[in-house]
Design a protein around this ligand. Structure first.
Ligand code: UD1
Length: 420
């Protein structure tokens, strides 16, 4: 079993270029199912979730070539089945992204209920309600969802709750539905805008990108295109926290600072020194780290996917921080791992209460999900002495070669195989 071994206490210094966003690349790969022609994608991150979706699409007959360095070519015209392989779908929540495109492009799809990070319950009822509104017949039995439609018809879909996944799936399905679809109370995450831009590059007609209401005028078919994925704001945010918690000096290049406004404001409130450029962010760690109070919210609010990393930073603040989790009811499993590193972290209902300590100390810890892994790596980088981090398979799902990227910044971190 691979683990990361970290010798902490070294301030990080240097520059990193942001990778493409996991949460944009995955739905964009899924949306390629809608294309009647080859698709070229650039800046696709080399993370295991991308390989999992590559495996799903290939096992359904699609041609996917990925060079592991950002360039991916897809030809989905060779699709042989609309049933997705259960053993791969279970590996990640985002695999359900293929349902909307399958339904729209092929009139049917069968996808098992997705698996993925253990953040609490991850229902897909809002996706299914949207498909039904578009005229699909949807059944969910024994863990499998089946959807059929001769032809999807434009509809008015009002999401009762803001959902990234449901917005993506219904948006993709609506692009080739007959007539106009109005999507209301949409999620507005930059990755949704990126997906919408990709759909537009394929010939879709979408108004209201990045707004709560989007209007989609169905077109007969979408064509292939060449598209570059947006920067990963969550990866960028994690490395900014790593810079701050080690009291280092880190520049992240080729990113979109505007996508990180909520985090940047909080880091400033925490006393950290930021230089925000057009496409770069520099952070210089400053002491004392000041305590804050924050809640996770849909974009443009503070993202749930940066909650554990911010808690890691707050363990070393001078005072008590509260982070309230409003999106996922089970996103707290990392808290006990931070306690192992010497943090004073308590969970009460949806609140995480962090009383700052003077020092963290290295310890063996286990990453329970992707972003918890990012948080534990940040904390281990600041902790005195050696930490070993297991659960690296989760970290690899969302962070490309994390140990190599951090080593560029001077961190002492290696991947090693351990016998369990
Ligand atoms: C996506 C992201 C994830 C991020 C999350 C919130 C991907 C691959 N994943 O997840 O990293 O943390 O957005 O920004 O992009 N819900 C329902 N019914 C549904 C769908 C969702 O009740 O049909 C609930 C969820 O349980 C959750 C909330 O709505 O409590 C938000 O979920 P959603 O925005 O859909 O997140 P995901 O798309 O799963």
């Amino acid at each position: 079993m691979a683990r990361l071994v970290v010798q902490g206490g070294i301030p990080l210094h240097g520059r990193l270029e942001a990778n493409g966003a996991k949460n944009a690349a995955l739905p964009i790969m899924a949306a390629a199912l809608l294309a009647k022609g080859p698709v070229t994608l650039r800046r696709v991150p080399n993370i295991s979730d991308v390989w999992t979706l590559t495996g799903i699409l290939k096992s359904m007959g699609c041609l996917v070539e990925y060079d592991g360095e950002g360039l991916m070519k897809l030809d989905t015209s060779t699709l042989t089945t609309t049933k997705a392989p259960d053993h791969l779908v279970r590996k990640m929540n985002a695999s359900f992204d293929i349902m909307g495109p399958l339904l729209a492009a092929y009139g049917e799809g069968e996808v098992s209920l997705p698996g993925g990070c253990n953040l609490g319950s991850r229902p897909v009822d809002l996706h299914l309600a949207g498909f039904r509104k578009l005229g699909a017949e949807v059944t969910s039995q024994r863990g499998f969802v089946r959807a059929n439609a001769n032809k999807l018809r434009g509809a008015h879909i009002l999401f009762p709750k803001v959902s990234v996944g449901a917005t993506k799936n219904c948006l993709m399905a609506a692009t080739v539905a007959e007539g106009e679809t109005v999507l209301e109370n949409c999620a507005r995450e930059p990755e949704i805008v990126d997906l919408a831009n990709f759909l537009v590059a394929m010939g879709a007609k979408i108004d209201g990108l990045g707004r709560q209401t989007m209007r989609v005028t169905g077109v007969e078919k979408l064509h292939g295109c060449d598209y570059s994925v947006v920067a990963d704001r969550i990866e960028v945010g994690t490395y900014l926290v790593a810079g701050a918690i080690t009291q280092g000096d880190v520049v992240i290049e080729n990113c979109v600072p505007g996508h990180l406004e909520s985090l940047l404001e909080l880091l400033q409130e925490m006393g950290q020194d930021l230089e925000i450029g057009h496409d770069h962010i520099r952070i210089r760690g400053r002491s004392p780290i000041k305590p804050i109070s924050v809640s996770t919210e849909p974009y443009p609010g503070f993202p749930t996917d940066l909650h554990p990393q911010l808690v890691a930073l707050a363990t070393l603040a001078k005072g008590t921080t509260t982070v309230t989790e409003n999106i996922f009811n089970g996103r707290f499993m990392y808290a006990m791992e931070l306690v192992r590193l010497g943090g004073d972290v308590r969970v009460s209902h949806r609140d995480v209460i962090i009383r700052g300590v003077k020092q963290l100390d290295g310890a063996p810890v286990d990453a329970p999900d992707i972003r918890a892994g990012g948080a534990l790596v940040c904390a281990a980088l600041a902790a005195h002495g050696e930490s070993t981090i297991s659960g690296v398979n989760f970290i690899d799902r969302g962070y490309q070669e994390i140990e190599k990227r951090l080593a560029v910044l001077g961190a002492k971190i290696v991947r090693a195989d351990f016998e369990d």
